[in-house]
Design a protein around this ligand. Structure first.
Ligand SMILES: [Zn+2]
Length: 216
């Protein structure tokens, strides 16, 4: 599994974008070309928001960003969901909760496997950064990920348009990567953090990431 994680570390943000997209409930309404455009623009959007934030404050520590953004950080040992394991969540208007025990199990694995690229990086910070983006997206309706919508159906002049959930997830990963100057796509955590809880599912997700990559 260590090798699998290391191979995920080499995937680009765009490649992970395809994986996130493959879970969107309305993915089938989007053709190949538009899909690529949405992935690229969502990545750009998240990156830009992080760059602006860095330009404004330039903090080294994620906790300082929480302060200026007036966000409260809550820590819980574990979430109680049986279906899904959470590592962080955002609750409007200004709460971020992180699940410290789940994150610690991932951190222990990084040590055990001696994963070089993750040395000196706090997994906690990546989780928090991701959730900070979800907060910022609530406050800037002009962001690409808030304005871009797909027409699901239309009758005469009436169109029913919806946002893709994938957009904001792709952007929040790009945001975390830019804010924390990471050398890998934070989506690796989807597999890494899950592995100590559910090895089979982590392997399945790894495989579905590889399957979602566009074929040449
Ligand atoms: Zn998210």
């Amino acid at each position: 599994m260590k090798e699998k994680i290391e191979s995920l570390m080499e995937l680009s943000d765009k490649q992970f974008g395809y994986y996130i997209f493959s879970h969107d409930p309305i993915r089938n309404k989007v053709d190949v070309k538009l899909k690529e455009e949405i992935i690229e623009k969502s990545l750009e959007c998240g990156k830009k928001v992080a760059k602006n934030l860095k330009k404004e404050y330039g903090f080294k520590n994620i906790v300082e960003y929480l302060k200026v953004l007036d966000l409260e950080l809550y820590k819980k040992d574990n979430n109680n969901g049986i279906e899904y394991i959470y590592f962080g969540t955002y609750q409007k208007p200004n709460k971020i909760t992180i699940y410290t025990n789940n994150i610690k199990m991932g951190t222990d694995l990084v040590k055990k496997w001696d994963l070089n690229i993750l040395k000196g990086i706090k997994l906690r910070d990546i989780i928090i950064a991701h959730e900070i983006f979800h907060h910022l997206q609530e406050h800037d309706k002009s962001l690409y990920i808030n304005t871009n919508k797909i027409t699901l159906w239309s009758v005469g002049k009436f169109k029913y348009r919806s946002k893709l959930v994938a957009q904001e997830e792709i952007a929040s990963m790009a945001f975390a990567k830019e804010l924390l100057n990471l050398d890998f796509s934070p989506n690796v955590l989807d597999v890494l953090l899950l592995y100590p809880h559910n090895k089979d599912l982590a392997v399945k997700i790894y495989e579905s990431i590889i399957d979602s990559l566009p074929k040449e």
